[in-house]
Write a protein that binds this ligand. Structure first.
Ligand code: PL3
Ligand code: FE2
Ligand code: FE2
Length: 243
């Protein structure tokens, strides 16, 4: 994860502090219209992340305290992003956002009902967290000053969440590898679709689509490497995104 953190921190300073002229105009209708959907996605994503950690705790009762702590952070994130929308005078389009997450949410629900902890962790603590981390890093470089500060605080927590899933999967890799591969095959294509779906609105916020994809793949591959998969296995898993 160092790659992202170190290089992005350098970028943030150049883009938004030394060079504010490159920032978008936050008051245009086009910006606010796109923000109504992106902001809703983030608010819904944080709420679902909360609910998912609480659900995961039911499969890991011994770790309930830790998981409840992570869940609480998600509600704080939701509050922060709600304030970002309010600050720009934007109403979040929550109906759009619920639809945006519905397939992934459905897969999480089925996995939970079947007690498939590995799949639940891959969906929430790896895929969704890596998605959030990569998107928040790109957003921080082009955000309004209020949202930038909030997002910088949030992204630090998201690393803790990603790390939680990473360490569990690492410790249990021998027994969870097959399920991990299967869960990747079923859910990575959904993340790719979600990235495609958000790309136009993101670009209205000056967030580049290719950059979002790259950041996500770097975060995801780094995590899989940490979990203990080898390069061939990771390449095979990444291919699921393009078929
Ligand atoms: C887990 O803690 C949170 C899950 C949230 C998913 C976020 C998806 C990000 C979509 C792209 C928008 C980034 C810009 C943020 C603007 C407020
Ligand atoms: Fe979060
Ligand atoms: Fe999170």
């Amino acid at each position: 994860m160092q790659t992202i953190e170190s290089s992005k921190n350098a970028d943030i300073q150049i883009t938004s502090e030394d060079n504010p002229i490159n920032l978008p105009d936050f008051s245009t209708e086009a910006y606010k219209d796109a923000y109504s959907r992106i902001n809703a996605i983030v608010i819904e994503g944080e709420q679902e992340a909360h609910d998912n950690y609480i659900s995961i705790a039911s499969l890991l009762p011994n770790e309930s305290d830790e998981l409840t702590k992570l869940a609480k952070m998600e509600l704080k994130h939701k509050k922060g992003f709600t304030a970002c929308g309010r600050n720009l005078g934007v109403e979040a389009d929550m109906i759009f956002a619920k639809k945006f997450f519905s397939k992934l949410h459905g897969n999480f629900k089925v996995a939970l009902e079947n007690g498939n902890l590995t799949t639940c962790l891959l969906i929430q603590a790896i895929l969704i967290e890596a998605f959030a981390i990569s998107a928040y890093h790109v957003y921080i470089r082009v955000a309004d000053p209020f949202a930038k500060k909030i997002t910088q605080g949030v992204v630090k927590d998201e690393y803790l969440h990603l790390n939680y899933g990473q360490e569990w999967l690492k410790a249990n890799l021998k027994t969870c590898k097959d399920e991990l591969m299967q869960a990747n095959k079923a859910n990575l294509p959904l993340i790719k679709k979600m990235l495609d779906e958000v790309a136009d609105d993101a670009s209205a916020l000056a967030m580049d689509r290719e950059e979002l994809m790259e950041e996500f793949m770097i975060a995801y591959q780094d995590t899989l490497l940490e979990i203990g998969l080898d390069n061939r296995e990771i390449a095979r898993m990444a291919m699921a995104a393009i078929v």
